[in-house]
Design a binder for this molecule. Structure first.
Ligand code: ADP
Ligand code: ASP
Ligand code: MG
Length: 400
């Protein structure tokens, strides 16, 4: 089989762990598989590099950020290849550029346009284990880009898709996808299978066990995706088509997104075109606006509230203050978004009501709500985030 394996930050967090990864890679190679291994930066490394840049400015130039951040993954890819070679298994390390990962030019969250697999295939044909630095690519003009936080998952899925690999295994520090983050609710249960759509929602809503764009791509390219632990041999979770899952739960999981901030614009003139001008400008700058609430207007003016990722707040502020006078603007970093996800919601009523009463019972005020066919999201005060997750987990009996 041709297998793409990806090892996350904790799994390559120390030199000893990199050696343990080498052993695991070798085991799969000895079972007769061809292997492409994608690695993340050692845990904490990317954050450390971001802090270095923030010593100088809160809004560093994005192209330079990409050169900086891509270095973390290159370190691990080289170390793992060195370890494998030393253990007698010919291996070659590749940066995103060498691996042929061509992206668009949106620095710090580039999209992969195309993968030129020539170099990878050549190395595989020569019997080598290919170790690719995750999270990065290069534009067609040759500028280094990164793929957004958690982007090594995307590298792995994209390579698996391009090579038509038989399997893409995401090795991480938990046994698979759980009904909620097991660090928040120890009673969370591991799921054997989950549909692409549910996983995509959970990932988009804060469950960082898989990066959302990697799930989106896995669905599109029909990649066989498994997440499992790099620390044990347990089975893991298969992410697959909805029709492959026999029994659908009404609610499959709960997600908590702490990377949220709210911008409120007070006293905007209630006339056509205002929202359009604001959201167009934010979109042009590639800022992901999420929940939007506009109040009923009074005396010709209204309030407009929306959320953006916390790490994009500084950029969003800059843009908003070009459009509106700053006394009308308010920022709130002290919020989180808690969400419930399940395809079974499509055919059941009362799911939302149950969520609202679960939070009410804990005296948690819901500040914003948004829903789709398979999810309900609520913005609440940050300090209640984990309590809300546990309350919802219990209300939907996910611990049973
Ligand atoms: P890696 O470094 O391997 O990419 P991440 O830290 O990005 O790992 O993702 C794994 C983490 O995701 C787990 O340690 C866990 O705390 C968190 N997580 C959040 N939601 C879930 C969930 N529903 N199931 C499993 N893990 C989750
Ligand atoms: N190192 C990058 C991050 O921390 C990418 C990844 O780990 O997937 O976001
Ligand atoms: Mg990750």
């Amino acid at each position: 089989m041709l297998i793409v394996q990806k090892y996350g930050g904790t799994s390559v967090g120390t030199l000893e762990r990199i050696r343990a990864v080498a052993d695991r890679v070798i085991e799969s190679k000895q079972n007769g598989n061809d292997l492409v291994v994608v690695v993340s930066a050692m845990s904490g490394e990317t954050n450390k590099l971001i802090e270095y840049a923030e010593f100088f400015t809160k809004t560093p130039s994005q192209a330079e950020m990409d050169i900086l951040l891509s270095a973390g993954e290159r370190v691990t890819s080289a170390l793992l290849a060195i370890a494998l070679n030393e253990l007698g298994f010919p291996s070659v390390a590749m940066s995103g550029r060498q691996a042929g990962i061509i992206t668009d030019g949106f620095h710090t969250k580039a999209r992969i346009n195309h993968i030129d697999t020539t170099f990878i295939k050549e190395a595989l044909d020569n019997g080598k284990i290919v170790v690719v630095a995750g999270f990065q690519g290069v534009t067609k003009e040759g500028r280094v880009t990164t793929l957004g936080r958690g982007g090594s998952d995307l590298s792995a899925v994209a390579i698996a898709g391009a090579l038509e690999a038989d399997l893409c295994e995401i090795f991480t520090d938990v046994d698979g996808v759980y009904t909620t983050d097991p660090r928040i609710e120890p009673k969370a249960k591991k799921l054997d299978k989950i549909s692409y759509d549910e996983m995509l929602e959970l990932a988009s809503l804060g469950a960082k066990v898989l990066q959302n764009r990697s799930v989106e791509l896995a669905k599109k390219l029909n990649v066989n995706l498994i997440t499992r632990s790099s620390f044990n041999k347990n089975e893991g979770t298969l992410i697959t088509k909805e029709e492959n899952i026999m029994e659908q739960a009404i609610v499959s999981g709960i997600a908590l997104d702490k990377n949220q901030a709210r911008i409120t614009l007070r006293g905007v003139v209630d006339k056509p075109g205002i929202a359009a001008s604001i959201f167009k400008k934010l979109a042009d700058n590639n800022i992901n606006v999420d929940m939007i609430i506009q109040n009923v207007g009074v005396d010709g003016t209204t309030n407009l509230g929306f959320t953006v990722p916390q790490n994009e707040l500084e950029f969003a502020k800059k843009i908003m203050e070009e459009l509106q006078s700053s006394e009308k603007l308010e920022y709130d970093n002290d919020i989180v978004k808690v969400s419930i996800v399940g395809v079974g919601m499509k055919s059941h009523s009362g799911v939302a009501a149950m969520a609202f009463s679960a939070l009410a019972n804990e005296n948690i005020n819901i500040e914003m709500i948004s829903t789709s066919e398979i999810k309900i999201s609520m913005v609440i005060q940050a300090k209640y985030g984990e309590l809300a997750v546990r309350a919802l987990h219990k209300a939907y009996r996910l611990d049973k």
